[in-house]
Write a new protein. Structure first.
Length: 313
């Protein structure tokens, strides 16, 4: 929604990617006029993943830091339906859960056979859902029907993903990265793809191969077929690209306040760290009473973490 107030203020509510662009303010007085402009860029998360403790997080790009999403559940793998924002997650017990967005709430997929324990899930051609069970077998589900085990797939898998063309990409239990010749999971393999890491999880983003190594580091293969290890702020076990046109808003909430309710001796130093979550990312301040001083983080408006150090002077 766009609202233009009488004082000239332009207010954009619930912004999406389509609201990014250049905005101009023009003032006219007879034959004279003046103009100034401002660039608005709407930042929409590009990835959802799982960190080493099973918590969900979002990332704006491969190289950006991880922002934890408060969830009561713990996961070991996630996959998103392109364009819808719908998220599937495999919990630590191997059960499958689904939510309309990465903010939840998650509901268990009760159509999965009770004795099947999953370790990965992926969206395949024509929005067919695929999964890998603990022994490495491939399962498939179409149009909310029952799960079926896919036979004669040519191997046992650790993780699977799909290219935009529908071709299957898989990591076998013996750490071979392979690509199918077509969307048919029973088709022949093109051959092994060279990778200098032991991969525990794979995904595809804009036809780039993403991988999570056994040491929980993110790697990807660039356009020159060279594997790159970008900096990442959190150890990963799973990651999936999401394609959203708008941001699912989330009210701010405080997820932790380290250092609160401390009793310290006179002359000591105290560190208070407040971590929050919200979409868009909320700003944080720490207010001191009775002095009513307000401490703002040094990295100001984009920070979801405030840290204040009080030193004895």
């Amino acid at each position: 929604d766009i609202i233009l107030h009488d004082n000239g203020s332009l207010v954009l509510h619930n912004v999406g990617a389509e609201d990014s662009g250049n905005y101009a303010c023009i003032a006219e007085n007879g034959d004279l006029s003046i103009m100034t402009d401002a660039q608005v860029n709407v930042n929409i998360p590009k990835f959802v993943g799982v960190d080493a403790t099973g918590n969900l997080f979002i990332k704006d790009s491969i190289k950006d830091s991880c922002q934890e999403i408060p969830q009561s559940q713990k996961f070991k793998a996630v996959s998103a339906f392109p364009g819808t924002g719908q998220i599937y997650g495999v919990d630590l017990a191997g059960k499958l859960w689904v939510a309309d967005s990465f903010l939840g709430p998650f509901v268990e997929d009760t159509t999965l056979p009770e004795k099947v324990t999953l370790k990965d899930v992926a969206v395949g051609p024509n929005d067919v859902l695929y999964a890998v069970d603990k022994p490495g077998n491939l399962w498939t589900k179409l149009n909310s029907k029952q799960w079926k085990r896919v036979k004669n797939t040519g191997g046992k898998y650790r993780s699977i993903s799909f290219f935009n063309s529908g071709e299957l990409l898989a990591v076998t239990l013996d750490n071979k990265l392979r690509q199918k010749t077509s969307a048919d999971v029973k088709s022949s393999w093109k051959g092994d793809i060279s990778v200098p890491y032991k991969l525990s999880f794979i995904a595809v983003y804009e036809n780039k191969i993403l991988g999570i190594t056994s040491s929980r580091e993110l790697v990807y293969r660039n356009q020159k077929n060279v594997w790159v290890k970008p900096e990442s702020s959190c150890p990963l076990v799973s990651i999936t690209p999401i394609t959203l046109t708008s941001i699912p808003l989330s009210a701010p909430e405080i997820t932790s306040f380290h250092g609160a309710d401390l009793v310290v001796p006179v002359g000591a130093s105290v560190t208070l760290t407040c971590t929050v979550f919200g979409i868009p990312t909320p700003t944080t301040v720490i207010q001191a009473s009775p002095a009513q001083a307000v401490y703002e983080p040094q990295n100001t408006v984009s920070s979801s973490v405030s840290t204040v150090q009080i030193f004895h002077d």
